[in-house]
Design a protein around this ligand. Structure first.
Ligand SMILES: [Zn+2]
Length: 655
């Protein structure tokens, strides 16, 4: 084990983890040594004979645990994107250990006593100190020994359950895949697509993230659509039981920590702050959204000639878009070639706005051969960081799209950011990768998170880049979506992959007109998932749930969002955001952030759009601040005033 590459800091540029040298058996020893090292560091801080200062306590904590952080970053990137049975085993074993480890720090009484005594005049330090105090209190630092003992048990079990939930779900995407013998049943898919699904003498279509599988748009055989949809909503049924158990444990934990339920605990350190604030906002949206979806359902039924079932929705809404707006979404794909979308679209927009440029570094390797790495430069030629792109779906990769850091920017360590964007685009058997419009949207969205990470210019890793409240973090990424159809940008990247011809202007116009249709569906699907999350996390200790599916139905009805043709974007059994991610009682964050997003889009438009000055203003006031300041203060500095909900209501057709 002498040459475990995780033991020493990476010698690669930007401290990129040395994935080419790391083998599965390196992780556990590195985790173990990393935890032991950090505990020793923490003991030294807690037991210091010096009077507590910011530097010997808070900054010292920031400097601790370097090996552990390095190991966890590399490991969890692999576990999310290129997992194997071996990695899953390690994950199962290590997740509860890590939970125990973080409790050992946050529940360390002498350490907490010192943290409470620290004071500082420096604003960035004061903000970080406040974050630390909040972290300690929220982790239970003020509870009695017996309460802390129970808290440790709850955290450990929750951590185990959450790993189990995620792993069940990852397996379900192939175990519950749609399998057909006769390729005729896949009518609607093109030849290439069908041949890429071939496995021996069968055709296998794996499940993707959402309730509404993207294949439903094209599949013409209604019964095949029904089967695919049913497989989707019924996948990973063992997760229903896990969800009940997790919601129950979270309710108990929230009560221990002095909150009526997990939702109240969860929003207390968010920009929303209270359950009432979230409910007031959601309350404004539900009624109009359901009315819009009902109208859309009538239109679809008119098109189909029969009442719409949930598995019909995608297919017939596409038909309506074709009939009513003369728009065919598949006509766009030849204009969205992956490389070009990035080089001439995503990157190009960032160059026009922020002056940054990108150079691919084929000499640098990610955790999988499909990961591509780019070096990013400021306008003056100085280096900014690395951007890694992992576009393709694969077995062992979780669903959806996300951004994460491989290295956190911090002035403390003089480290530049290394950020990754993960997508789940189907890799073609051969030829260019053509994207759907939704996938282009995802590319711009995730790159908005990447910019938030890359532009970070803060002192401490704890508040680097996207380390902001969850109900704020989606805001910069949503803003970046505004450039997708910005004329200068679109004309630059949307070119036919064979002829190089620009996308016809009328196709773009039709697409924009057609976008208005289906807003009801999208808002209801999203709100239903949000309210389901909310219901699970407003459970109070002692409230028993016997049947998760019955609970789900009752919750949707009680919230006024139950509309049979439109089910939640995620049902309980595959709602990884809330049972295996960081979004418990936090799925509202997307629409909450969209208030700031809609306001910011207006600001850009009022100020001349895609201009360097505008990019610089957004970068300076907001993106570079990371989590090192109050997020709403940063927003006010950017916008010049408080946000109002009106632009959002207008955008979603909810006025
Ligand atoms: Zn996002």
């Amino acid at each position: 084990m002498a040459e475990n590459p995780l033991f020493a800091p990476s010698s690669l540029p930007y401290q990129l983890p040395p994935f080419a040298d790391i083998r599965e058996e390196h992780y556990l020893p590195a985790f173990e040594r990393g935890m032991a090292e950090q505990l020793a560091e923490v003991d030294a801080i807690a037991g210091s004979a010096e009077p507590p200062t910011f530097d010997n306590t808070i900054a010292a904590l920031e400097r601790s645990g370097r090996l552990l952080a390095r190991t966890a970053t590399a490991f969890y990137s692999v576990a999310a994107s290129a997992s194997t049975d071996g990695i899953m085993e390690i994950e199962k074993r290590i997740s509860p250990e890590l939970t125990k480890h973080s409790d050992a720090i946050r529940l360390n009484r002498p350490l907490w006593a010192r943290v409470k005594q620290v004071s500082t005049e420096d604003p960035e330090e004061a903000w970080l100190l406040e974050k630390y105090r909040e972290d300690f209190v929220r982790a239970g630092a003020d509870l009695s020994e017996t309460e802390q003992e129970r808290l440790r048990q709850l955290n450990e079990e929750l951590s185990r359950l959450s790993t189990e939930f995620a792993q069940n779900l990852m397996r379900a995407s192939t175990e519950s895949a749609l399998v057909v013998d006769d390729p005729k049943e896949l009518d609607g898919f093109d030849e290439d697509r069908i041949s890429s699904l071939r496995r021996d003498d069968k055709y296998v279509l794996p499940l993707l993230n959402f309730t509404n599988q993207p294949g439903l748009v094209q599949l013409t055989d209604r019964d095949v659509g029904r089967r695919l949809y049913t497989l989707s909503v019924e996948r990973a049924p063992q997760n229903f039981g896990l969800a009940i158990r997790m919601a129950t444990l979270r309710a108990e934990r929230a009560r221990l920590l002095g909150f009526p339920n997990h939702a109240a605990y969860s929003v207390a350190d968010q920009t929303a702050k209270t359950v009432e604030a979230v409910e007031e906002m959601l309350g404004q949206l539900v009624g109009p959204a359901v009315r819009n979806a009902r109208k859309e359902a009538e239109t679809l039924a008119g098109q189909a000639g029969f009442p719409i079932e949930p598995w019909d929705w995608s297919f017939y809404s596409e038909k309506v878009r074709q009939a009513r707006y003369d728009f065919d979404a598949s006509a766009m794909r030849p204009y969205f070639e992956l490389d070009r979308v990035y080089r001439d679209g995503v990157f190009h927009a960032a160059t026009l706005l922020y002056g940054i440029t990108f150079t691919e570094r084929p000499d640098l390797r990610g955790y999988h051969e499909d990961v591509r790495i780019f070096e990013v430069f400021n306008e003056d030629g100085s280096v900014l960081g690395l951007f890694a792109l992992d576009p393709y779906a694969r077995e062992g990769k979780r669903g959806g799209a996300w951004m994460n850091n491989l290295v956190d920017q911090s002035l403390l360590f003089g480290e530049k950011p290394v950020v990754v964007n993960n997508l789940n685009v189907t890799k073609p058997a051969a030829g260019p990768t053509l994207l759907t419009y939704d996938e282009v949207n995802t590319a711009f969205h995730e790159f908005g998170h990447a910019l938030h990470g890359l532009f970070s210019e803060v002192r401490f890793p704890r508040v680097s880049g996207t380390s902001v409240p969850r109900d704020f973090v989606e805001y910069p990424s949503q803003v970046n979506e505004m450039w997708i159809t910005w004329p200068e940008v679109l004309a630059n990247y949307a070119r036919h992959h064979e002829t190089g011809e620009p996308m016809p202007a009328e196709l773009v116009e039709k697409m924009k007109a057609a976008e208005q249709f289906n807003q009801g569906f999208m808002t209801v699907e999203y709100l239903a998932a949000t309210l389901l999350d909310w219901a699970w996390h407003k459970l109070e200790p002692g409230q028993e749930v016997a049947d998760a599916e019955a609970f789900e139905q009752a919750a949707l009805e009680a919230a006024g969002i139950a509309f049979p043709p439109v089910r939640p974007r995620y049902r309980t059994n595959y709602f990884a955001h809330i049972f295996a991610g960081g979004y418990s009682a936090g799925y509202y964050s997307y629409i909450w952030s969209e208030v700031l997003d809609a306001e910011s889009v207006e600001w850009f438009k009022e100020n001349g759009g895609l201009k360097r000055e505008n990019g610089d203003h957004f970068r300076r006031t907001l993106l570079s601040r990371g989590g090192a300041t109050d997020p709403l203060t940063a927003f006010r500095e950017f916008r010049g005033r408080e946000a109002s909900i009106e632009p959002l209501l207008k955008r979603r057709g909810l006025t």
